[in-house]
Write a protein that binds this ligand. Structure first.
Ligand code: PHB
Length: 370
């Protein structure tokens, strides 16, 4: 294939954004915000600036409220300092010619009293403890088990929707190009969607329609701020990370895709694998069909893609765009490298979460830059 017809390097119009190519940067938790306050800082500005060659950057998962936090050192988007910190990030990405969406995150039950306001229990649709799920509460304690959560009262749910709406406003003020609602990987909205974590008996659980209700109210609220063309949703229909299970992912995520299609959002990003990339069972083709068949917006594939697999899936119409995670950690100039077919730097797992510039902004570019 010539460079000219490489599927990865065809432009794409995502909602209102003109993307120069299809190599997008996945949302990646790096746990390096300034303390106290979970504020994006200078090294975060430099990290995103280095990666502005992505077709589109998705920010690392960013908590919408103090209650939405589940790991030490992850950034928020609920305080004035955080908004100002993100403004420096988005300015740097835009000055370097890039585009960036904020990923809006509430962790639900994947948290710990040590991270919660007033040392309260984490909240969830139901008081079901995620077996073996862990979180990171401080540099000293390392990974700890998450406790049994407290089930949210129905009367608290409008407040959660409001936290998302306010965070979407804050993302506008911070200069993002749009927002991605995180409904994947076992965090709050995924906990509502999936049968294994939602045993509610009110209008927000039980039937499939009821399980979709809170995620859809959140998407509507965010669309009210941004307009539908600047909003997407991330899902992980078959993911088991964080002790997740759904009795019928084809039905659940087919119905969710149909409802998102009615709202008219720009894209769905689908984690087609475990987020760690254990590519054992293959991609869940039936679920992919269910989503693609019901959703007219863009389909963004994710999950341990190689460049060649991404090319093939786009050429076959299985995805419109692809997000790359670990390759973007280790290769700030990933699109340039994939375009020219040169070797990639290998990621260093030991420096993924927390720490300083080492393993963060010191991966080499193809050529030394001044
Ligand atoms: C993590 O911090 O481990 C994490 C965050 C967001 C995800 C997945 C994992 O979607």
């Amino acid at each position: 294939m010539t460079r000219h017809d490489d599927p990865l390097f065809q432009p794409f119009t995502l909602g209102e954004l003109a993307l120069p190519h299809r190599v997008l940067m996945a949302p990646l938790t790096r746990s390096r915000s300034a303390q106290p306050g979970d504020v994006p800082q200078a090294m975060n500005v430099e990290y995103y600036r280095q990666r502005a060659g992505a077709g589109l950057i998705f920010s690392e998962a960013t908590q919408i409220s103090p209650q939405g936090k589940g790991y030490a050192f992850t950034p928020g988007i609920h305080s004035a300092e955080q908004i100002a910190g993100w403004r420096r990030v988005t300015d740097a990405v835009h000055d370097a010619g890039g585009r960036i969406h904020a990923q809006l995150w509430h962790v639900g039950r994947i948290s710990h009293p040590a991270l919660q306001p007033g040392e309260a229990l984490p909240v969830a649709p139901s008081a079901i403890r995620p077996e073996d799920a862990k979180t990171f509460i401080s540099a000293d304690s390392g990974m700890v088990d998450v406790p049994q959560p407290r089930a949210l009262e129905a009367g608290e749910l409008p407040g959660i929707v409001e936290q998302y709406r306010q965070a979407a406003e804050n993302a506008r003020e911070a200069g993002f190009d749009g927002v991605e609602v995180h409904a994947a990987n076992g965090y709050l909205l995924d906990q509502f969607l999936k049968s294994g974590s939602n045993a509610r008996e009110d209008a927000y659980g039980g039937s499939l329609d009821n399980r979709l209700r809170l995620p859809l109210e959140v998407v509507e609220a965010v669309v009210g701020v941004w307009g539908k063309a600047r909003v997407g949703v991330r899902v992980s229909p078959t993911g088991s990370f964080n002790a997740m299970h759904d009795e019928d992912p084809v039905a659940t995520f087919g119905a969710f895709a149909k409802a998102l299609d009615s709202i008219g959002i720009a894209y769905i990003e689908v984690v087609e694998d475990s987020f760690q990339g254990n590519h054992e069972t293959g991609r869940p083709e039936a679920v992919i069909d269910a989503i693609r068949g019901r959703f007219a917006g863009a389909y963004i594939g994710n999950g341990a893609y190689t460049a060649d697999e991404a090319r093939q899936r786009i050429a076959d119409g299985r995805a419109d765009l692809v997000t790359f995670g670990r390759p973007f950690i280790a290769n700030p100039d990933l699109p340039e490298r994939l375009r020219s077919g040169v070797a990639l730097n290998e990621p260093d797992y030991a420096t993924f979460y927390g720490g300083d510039e080492h393993g963060y902004t010191d991966y080499p570019f193809l050529e030394a830059r001044d």
